[in-house]
Ligand binder design. Structure first.
Ligand SMILES: C[S@@+](CC[C@H](N)C(=O)[O-])C[C@H]1O[C@@H](n2cnc3c(N)ncnc32)[C@H](O)[C@@H]1O
Length: 278
């Protein structure tokens, strides 16, 4: 049997390797290189562990996307920013259609895969760094693959929407794929929503991390909301829901447009003109 110091040394070596934070990027690179489909492992802060997105999802071609995604991408218009682009499946599709696309992801591994697959303008950049773009740079912001989650919290929604307002044109839109956390009967999830509420968080504010082989990503918050919660998060922002697609299902899409009633000049008597949302 190995002496104690030697065993400790082994443990610390394993730990050093495991401290590689880009678990999701490593998974995409491994999948790109081996062409083998691997599952994403998600760990939640209550100890719940599950596989995440369907294996192979990030590399799928348009014909294999869900009907929801195929309907939603039809709302893309003008210059596109693909946030949390992953392996670039949506960017590549739009690029082939002639759109000018900028693709960002905080994962260096994901951006490497994008480059290898031919995504033209891929940057390692987080959703929190949108201020690096010039005003009115984009007409459409894509948040596909449930990437509404990247808003992270109610506060994050307000902060990031403000940045998105600045970097989009007046006719700018956000197409966000969202998961409704409440359409479940799984006790694990129902108890987690209660736990979140007790600690002053939104029910669907998931604290999680992604694991792949020996890599463990950092803990981060990922926000799942119902259509009703989304509507209330948008109050007093520059954005309104123009339409929901499959709004009564677990996975749905919201198309947000600029709330012109807020952006229009203040009328006599201090009242802003009101415009009914769809
Ligand atoms: C669920 S995957 C979706 C990938 C792609 N949109 C798709 O549908 O195939 C989420 C992606 O968001 C990226 N991501 C996570 N946090 C991010 C952040 N704060 N800023 C930018 N990208 C982020 C991850 O690295 C990952 O590639």
């Amino acid at each position: 049997m190995a002496s104690l110091p030697a065993r400790l040394n082994q443990v610390s070596q394993v730990y050093l390797v495991a401290k590689d934070y880009d678990a999701q990027g490593r998974q995409m690179l491994a999948q790109y290189n081996s062409k083998q489909v691997t599952a994403e492992i998600i760990e939640r802060d209550d100890g719940y562990i599950a596989t995440g997105s369907e294996p192979g999802l990030y590399f799928r071609e348009y014909k294999d996307w869900s009907p929801l995604e195929r309907r939603a991408i039809a709302y893309a218009n003008g210059r596109v920013l693909d946030i949390g682009c992953g392996a670039g499946r949506h960017s590549l599709y739009l690029q082939r259609k002639g759109f000018v696309v900028t693709s960002i992801d905080r994962s260096p591994g994901a951006i490497k895969v994008c480059e290898l697959r031919g995504v033209k303008n891929a940057l390692v950049r987080s959703v929190s760094q949108l201020d690096k773009f010039k005003p009115a740079s984009f007409d459409t912001i894509l948040m596909f693959g449930n990437n509404f989650g990247l808003f992270a919290s109610a506060k994050g929604v307000r902060t990031i929407l403000k940045k998105m307002s600045r970097i989009t044109s007046e006719s700018g839109r956000i197409i966000a794929a969202i998961r409704n956390p409440y359409m479940t009967r799984d006790e694990n999830h129902l108890q987690y929503h209660q736990l979140n509420k007790r600690r002053g968080r939104m029910g669907g504010q998931i604290r999680m991390r992604v694991r792949f082989e020996k890599s463990i990503g950092p803990w981060f918050d990922y926000l799942l909301v119902s259509p009703e919660e989304l509507q209330s998060l948008l109050v007093d922002t520059d954005w309104r829901v123009e339409r929901f697609i499959d709004g009564k299902k677990v996975s749905y899409v919201a198309v947000l447009v600029k709330n012109r009633s807020r952006l229009s000049p203040v009328k006599k008597g201090g009242q802003q003109s009101q415009r009914q949302s769809c």
